[in-house]
Each structure stands twice: as structure tokens, then as C-alpha cells.
Design a protein around this ligand. Structure first.
Ligand code: 8YV
Length: 331
């Protein structure tokens, strides 16, 4: 009998068809976000799941779905999955690194530029019909990105891709903070200098967050950290909701503690803290860091490759390309 898999969100039909060559596939054509109870019901008897950041895969779900053997998550981040609980039950977890690095770095840069140069605020101003030929010196003036100091918190693949853009394309000085510094050759390749977190906050003209979410990273940027930043600085978060204390940020933006923020991710998204909707100096986007057509396709295709191999099918049977807990494969 062919294994059964669940695809939790609507995906590219041709990519889903590849799953049908190997599995009985249940797909969520309506693309609704299931409640935990609905997800458990859908997963009954399924050996694999193609999941996304919208689904929480935790110990309670795993215990309620004993047939599950592979959780193949669309995204490089997998904080929606309790990996330790999966490993303890012999459930393989995979993610989608590399294929989204450059696209997400492009987006981080775009969001930082839009934030520093007040692009969406300016657009709202024009659409409201408020543009008069006055205010040459103060109308929608922002802060320069080129030549400024970029602070990067988290220096994985995406952080390094942003550092390269900043140093080589925008003549920026790049400083970063990470759990551990890069090797000297890697630092030289991306033209970045390691500093402690306090220095990063104090010296950055533009601070961008690219660290993975973990309980230790919860509210890594809150009122105390914002107070250490320059009043002219911007903050860009393309990492995960919860790393920034959104309420403290809204207050800092209103009080001028920092100049502006660009946010692609939010605590409790798709809900947004109501205070963020009323401050003008914040650019808000709906978690689209990796959302180019070709990268979304690449993420879906890699997830399908992982699922096929994880459940012992296809040319790479038993050797999924990007496992998160490869120790499960030895068991
Ligand atoms: C996805 C992401 O949109 O890769 C990630 O970690 O946050 C995004 O690329 C999200 O994970 C969808 O599942």
C-alpha cells in the first residue's frame, strides 16, 4: 500500500502532482488554516506531512498521530515544529535552506531601504492628495543607507547575503552579532566585523534582524534595547515574530526613540498589534521575505524531494536532501 501524506496549504499543482506519483495525497485545496484539532483529524493515518509555518507540530499532535514519520516543513525556519519531540519519537523533520537565501536578502534590503527612505509613508501621503510644492527641506526626508553602518543580528546564510549587498553595493560598514563569530575567512568574504550586542545597538544606523527564533531570542529587542539605539536609527525584522516586543516597538516609534521600523513578521501573525497600525513611521508587510515566484517554487519542490526521500521513495530513498534531525535516519 502506498503511504499517505497531507499537504496542509494550497501549493503549485504540478509540484503536488509529483507527490501523487508516490503517495495517496490529501490536499487542503481551500487553503484554510486548520485549528490544532482539525490538523490532528486530517493527519490520522498519514505517514508524512508537507507543513508550513502556519501549523504547530508539537508533542501533543505527535502523540495523537502515531503513524506520522516525516514532517517536511516549507521554510528555512522551523520554530513551528518541536524538533526534540519529533526526534524522541523517531519522526524526521526537514526544512528548506539555501533556496531562499538570496531572495530573502533582497527583500531585507528592500524593506530596510523603504524604511529608511520612508517610501510607504510617502506613498500614503501622495494618495491622500497632500503633496504640495513646499517643504523641500523637510518633506519626507529620511536617512541615508549608502555609507551608513549596518548592524546585523544573526549571521547565518541570509545575514551573510545581506552583508555582501551592504558592503559591496552600498558602501556600508557592516557590524554583526551572533551566538559565535564567523571564521576569519568568512568574515572577510562578507566584509563584516563581529561586535557585542551592546555595541551593535549603539553603533548601527540601520539594524536588521536575521536570527532564528528560539525561546532565548524572545524579545531580544525590547524597550531596553531600543533605548540603546540612535534616535536616527531604523530597525528591520525579517526573522520571526516574537524576537521584537511589538508593543515596546510601537511606543518607541511614537516617542522617537528610533526613527522608523520595517516589519515583515509579527508576534501572533497574521494578527498585528493594533498600536503598530496607527504609527506612521513603520513599514508593514505580510511575511513575504521569500515570496518570489521562483523561490516559492524552489521551496515547494525541495519540500517534496524531502518528503519523497524521507518516506523511502524515489532515487534518494532514505536520504532526504535537507534533514533537520538527521540522527533519526540512523535509527
Ligand atoms: C516562509 C519563512 O514564508 O523560510 C522561512 O523560515 O519564514 C518563510 O520563507 C514560511 O516559513 C512559510 O512556511
Amino acid at each position: 500500500m502506498r503511504p499517505s501524506v497531507l499537504v496542509t496549504r494550497a501549493t503549485f499543482p504540478d509540484i503536488a502532482d509529483r507527490l501523487r506519483e508516490h503517495f495517496e495525497v490529501t490536499a487542503n485545496a481551500a487553503d484554510t488554516v486548520w485549528t490544532p484539532a482539525e490538523l490532528i483529524a486530517q493527519l490520522q493515518g498519514k505517514q508524512g506531512v508537507m507543513s508550513t509555518g502556519s501549523e504547530r507540530i508539537d508533542a501533543a499532535l505527535l502523540d495523537a498521530c502515531p503513524a506520522l514519520k516525516a514532517v517536511c516543513n516549507v521554510g528555512v525556519g522551523y520554530n513551528n515544529v518541536d524538533v526534540a519531540a519529533c526526534t524522541a519519537r523517531g519522526v524526521l523533520v526537514t526544512n528548506t535552506p539555501d533556496v531562499l537565501t538570496e531572495t530573502t536578502a533582497d527583500f531585507g534590503f528592500a524593506l530596510m531601504l523603504a524604511t529608511a527612505r520612508r517610501i510607504t509613508e510617502s506613498e500614503r501621503f501622495v494618495r491622500r492628495g497632500e503633496w504640495q510644492k513646499t517643504g523641500i527641506y523637510d518633506q519626507m526626508v529620511g536617512n541615508d543607507v549608502h555609507g551608513a553602518t549596518l548592524g546585523i543580528l544573526g549571521m547565518g546564510r541570509i545575514g551573510q547575503a545581506i552583508a555582501r549587498r551592504a558592503a559591496l553595493g552600498f558602501d556600508m560598514q557592516v557590524i554583526y552579532h551572533n551566538r559565535s563569530p564567523l571564521a576569519p575567512e568568512a568574515e572577510a568574504r562578507v566584509h563584516a566585523r563581529y561586535v557585542d550586542k551592546a555595541t551593535l545597538l549603539k553603533e548601527a544606523d540601520h539594524l536588521i534582524l536575521v536570527l532564528p527564533y528560539s525561546p532565548a531570542a524572545h524579545h531580544a529587542i525590547g524597550a531596553a534595547e531600543l533605548a540603546q539605539m540612535k534616535p536616527t536609527a531604523t530597525l528591520t525584522n525579517i526573522a520571526r515574530g516574537g524576537i521584537v516586543d511589538d508593543e515596546a516597538l510601537a511606543q518607541a516609534l511614537r516617542q522617537g526613540t528610533i526613527a522608523a521600523a520595517g516589519l515583515d513578521v509579527f508576534e501572533g501573525e497574521p494578527r498585528i498589534h493594533p498600536d503598530l497600525l496607527t504609527v506612521p513611521n513603520v513599514v508593514l508587510t505580510p511575511h513575504i521575505g521569500s515570496a518570489s515566484v521562483s523561490t516559492r517554487r524552489a521551496m515547494a519542490a525541495l519540500t517534496v524531494d524531502n518528503l519523497i526521500a524521507a518516506l523511502g521513495r524515489g532515487p534518494r530513498a532514505g536520504q532526504p536532501p535537507t534533514p533537520v534531525n538527521p540522527q533519526v535516519l540512523q535509527q
